[in-house]
Design a protein around this ligand. Sequence first.
Ligand SMILES: Nc1ncnc2c1ncn2[C@@H]1O[C@H](COP(=O)(O)OP(=O)(O)OP(=O)(O)O)[C@@H](O)[C@H]1O
Length: 469
Amino acid sequence: MTPSRILLIDDEPAFRTLSSQWLASEGYQVQTGASLSELQSRLDEFDADLILLDLSLPPHFDPQHTLAALPQFIERPVIILTGHGERELALEALRQGAWDFLAKPIDPDMLAVVVKRALTKHHLVRELNNLKSNQGGKQALETLIGASPSMNTIRALVSRIAPTDVRVLVTGPSGTGKEVISRAIHDLSNRANQPFISVHCGAIPADLLESELFGHTKGAFTGADKARDGLLKLADGGTLFLDEIGDMPWAMQVKLLRVLQEGSFYPVGGRALETIDVRLVSATNADLAEKVRLGEFREDLYYRIKGVNIETRPLDERSEDIPLLINHFLALQATAFQQAPQHPDSQAFNWFMQRRWPGNVRELKSALDSVAAIARNGVITLDDIALLYPDAQTDNQVSTSSASTDSANRPDQPSMAHPDQSLDAQVRALEITLISQALAQHNNNRTHAAQALGLSRQGLLKKIERYGL
Ligand SMILES: Nc1ncnc2c1ncn2[C@@H]1O[C@H](COP(=O)(O)OP(=O)(O)OP(=O)(O)O)[C@@H](O)[C@H]1O
C-alpha cells in the first residue's frame, strides 16, 4: 500500500524538522513548507492526502489571511495548528471547513490519533467517489440499448476508450445513436463531472459558427455589445461534441485544425490567446473519407479528429435490438407519465419487427411514443397503430401471407438475421425475438409465455434479466 502523503506548513524550522521526522517514522510520506505560497506550490506537485497548517504564516503572520485562503484547500482534510489562546481562530477554521485543530505544543500521541482519523475519513470519501463514478459508468453503458453484435462491439469500445483522452469519430446513418454513444463516452470518462458541450455544426450559419465556437470580444462585430465566451471555452476541462462535422465550412475547418494542433485560439476580435483542454468527440452521417477525396473536407483535419472510429449500423441490419428498444422506450414513457409500462400485443409487436425503419432508432422511438399515447388499457394493438399508420393492417397481412416464401418476414418464426455471425450471436438474437413475441402474445403474462416457450417460469425470468427485456 502506498503511504499516505502529509503536507506540513509551519514557519518554525525546528518544529517542521521534528514533526516531519516523527510523521515519517510513523510511515507517512511528508513534505514541508513555511508559507501560504509554498502550500500552493507544493500541492501542484505533491497530491497530499492531508494538510497540517499553522495559521500564522509569513509574510503577513495574519491568521485571518490564512483563514480566508482555507476553503481552496479543504477537498482533503486540513488540521489547523494553533498557538496558545487561539481558540476563537481554531473554531473559525472549523467553520471554514478545516477537519480539526491541535494546540501547540503538539502532543505526538494526540497528533497520531487525529491524523489517522482524518486520513481514514479521506480514504473513505475517495472510495465512495470511486464507487459512485463506477456506478455512473455502468449506468452510462446501460443507456446504450441493444444486444446485436454491433451494439456489443460499440459498448466494449466505449468502455475501453472512454477513460482515455483519445479523440473519437462516430459515424453511421442518422438516428442510429451517434449522440447517445458520444454522451456515454463522456459520462464514462474522467471528465464526467465537467461539461459536455454539443455543437451542431450544420445547424449554425457559417458566419456565426466562428464566434459561437471561439467567442468574441466586445465590439468585435456589429451587435457584439459585450464580450462572450465561446462553446470551446465552455467545454474547457470536459468534452466538446461536434455533431455533423462533415457540414463544417472549409474556413472553419482550418481554424479548428489549429485549435486541435495547438490547444489554443483567439476569440473573434481578440488578441489574447486562450488555452483550453477539451476532449473532442465528433460525429457524422457523411462519408468523410469520400468528402476528403472530393476536396470537401480537409484531409489533415480528418486524421486529427479520427482517433478511434466507432461505426453504427442501420436498425434494419440489427432487428434483434428492436425488442429491447421497444421495452426501453416504453419504460421511459411509463416513468415520464408515472404509469405502468405499456406493451404491444403480438400483432403490434410483429408490426414493429417487420417494418423497415429508414429513420432508424429515432423513427422507431417516435412511432412508439405516438402509438403508446393513443393506446388504451396498457396494451398497444394493431388497431391503435392503424389509426396513425393506415397501412398497418395491410402491411401485417402482406407480411403474414408472404411468410411462406420469405422467412425473413415471418412474424411467428423470426429468421436468423445474420448468417455471417457466430452461432452464439444468432441464438441470442433468436431468443430475444421469440421471448418478446411470446410475451406480446400472452399479454406480458410470464407464466403463460414460459409455458408457450417450453421453459420454466424461473428459466424465462433469468433470460429476461440476461437480455434486459
Ligand atoms: N442504442 C440506443 N439506445 C438507446 N437509445 C437510442 C439508441 N440509439 C438511438 N437512440 C435514441 O434514438 C434517438 C436518436 O439518437 P441520436 O440522436 O443519438 O442519433 P444520431 O445518430 O446522433 O442522429 P443524427 O445523425 O440525426 O444526429 C435518440 O432519442 C436516442 O436516445
